[in-house]
Design a protein around this ligand. Structure first.
Ligand code: ZN
Ligand code: ZN
Length: 391
């Protein structure tokens, strides 16, 4: 089978699905319309073993059993959008206040096109391919629920990709790959500071949590710059702060929240320990108290070496050398695909869908756009991998 040609022929199909989903974006776990489109398309392809209603209510999996014996490979797409009001002006732009500003509509469309392509190649297929449609990637809590609901039961390995302009230096349609750490581990921290209120004119009669927060936030950056190996990337960002009521009252309460990012669970553990010590000690040094709570722990995405290089070789063979590109640096962005690679060996790839002009703008931006003309290369890469990986 000429995978490249078959995938190219499916590009219009992928564009049609992508636009339908783009016009109806849905958030996190609440994806009834999106699930409906996925199930409608899978049924039209003749699938009868669709598992729906999982992963918090709207996740979907379906198995394509090949004619030859073999292992099971999962191909994953995420399906959720973002609470952003779209400003692209595209004819299929959303008008419901939400937006597919990260390309997950394209992921779902590419995976449906892959299912369509592979359905026609069942006779050549060894083992089983599980198509996995996951909710709630943006809040990074959907993959764990899919795993809990058995989406990986019986699966030997998993592949996924993210489209867009996440890495520079690639041409539209190229598949970017990197062995080892690829996307960051993240943990959210929530700090609460307690002091004592007083008149702003008499700070010595109170305990000021605003000053405390200013000191601690500066101090936290020293964990990154002074206490860790500079060759080991990590980021600490405080993105939200609130406290106090007005100008002439010493604030007795202040809260701030942020995220730490690194590429190993050891680095995450070290940063967490030092955040707790810094908050408690610095708050006490100013006669107050501070507590830290952590949530949303996500491991790093670490790509299996053999699977990653196998994808590179398969792209060479089925698409051509010009369709792959080695990515030099990981990103400090996170992906809950990490929940899968924590459980079974897998690899995550980058599908470049840039325009190379002013239409390229950051993900999670109201003007974000995907170059639809290259959706077929993502389809071809996933389908080729499914057909060749066990050879
Ligand atoms: Zn995304
Ligand atoms: Zn995103």
């Amino acid at each position: 089978m000429d995978i490249k040609k078959s995938a190219m022929e499916l590009n219009d199909y992928a564009i049609g699905i992508r636009r339908e989903l783009h016009a109806h974006p849905e958030l996190s776990f609440d994806l009834p319309f999106t699930e409906g489109v996925v199930v409608r398309e899978l049924e039209a392809m003749g699938f009868t073993n669709i598992r729906r209603g999982i992963g918090g209510g709207h996740g979907v999996t379906v198995d394509l059993v090949g004619a030859k014996p073999g292992k099971t490979l999962a191909l994953r797409a995420d399906m959720d959008a973002l609470p952003i009001r779209e400003e692209t002006g595209l004819p299929f732009a959303s008008d419901n206040g939400c937006m597919h500003a990260c390309g997950h509509d394209a992921h779902t469309a590419m995976l449906l096109a892959t299912a369509k392509l592979l359905s026609g190649a069942q006779g050549e297929l060894a083992g089983t391919v599980r198509f996995l449609f996951q909710p709630s990637e943006e809040p990074a809590n959907g993959a764990a629920v899919m795993v809990k609901d058995g989406a990986l039961d019986g699966v030997d390995t998993i592949i996924g990709l993210h489209t867009g302009n996440l890495w520079a230096g690639l041409k539209a349609g190229q598949i970017g790959w990197k062995v080892g750490p690829f996307m960051a581990a993240t943990t959210t921290f929530n700090v609460e500071l307690k002091g004592k209120s007083a008149h702003g004119a008499t700070p010595h009669l109170g305990v000021d949590t605003i000053t405390m927060a200013a000191l601690i936030i500066s101090q936290l950056q020293l964990i990154v710059s002074r206490e860790m190996n500079p060759f080991d990337p990590r980021v600490l960002t405080v993105g939200h702060i609130e406290g106090g009521t007005t100008t002439n009252i010493v604030a007795d309460f202040c809260r701030f929240r942020g995220v730490i990012r690194s590429f190993s669970t050891e680095n995450s553990a070290f940063m967490k320990e030092r955040i707790v010590q810094t908050v408690e000690q610095e708050a006490a040094s100013l006669r107050g108290t501070g507590t830290v709570a952590f949530s949303s722990d996500l491991p790093p995405v670490v790509n299996d070496e053999a699977l990653t290089l196998k994808m590179r070789d398969i792209i060479h063979k089925e698409l051509g050398v010009e369709f792959e590109h080695e990515i030099a640096m990981p990103t400090t962005g996170a992906e809950d695909f990490a929940e899968y690679t924590k459980t079974i060996p897998g690899a995550f790839f980058y599908h470049c869908s840039t325009f190379g002009d002013e239409r390229d703008c950051p993900h999670h931006n109201a003007h974000f756009m995907v170059n639809e003309s290259v959706l077929w290369t993502g389809v071809a890469a996933m389908a080729a991998f499914a057909l060749d990986w066990q050879k």
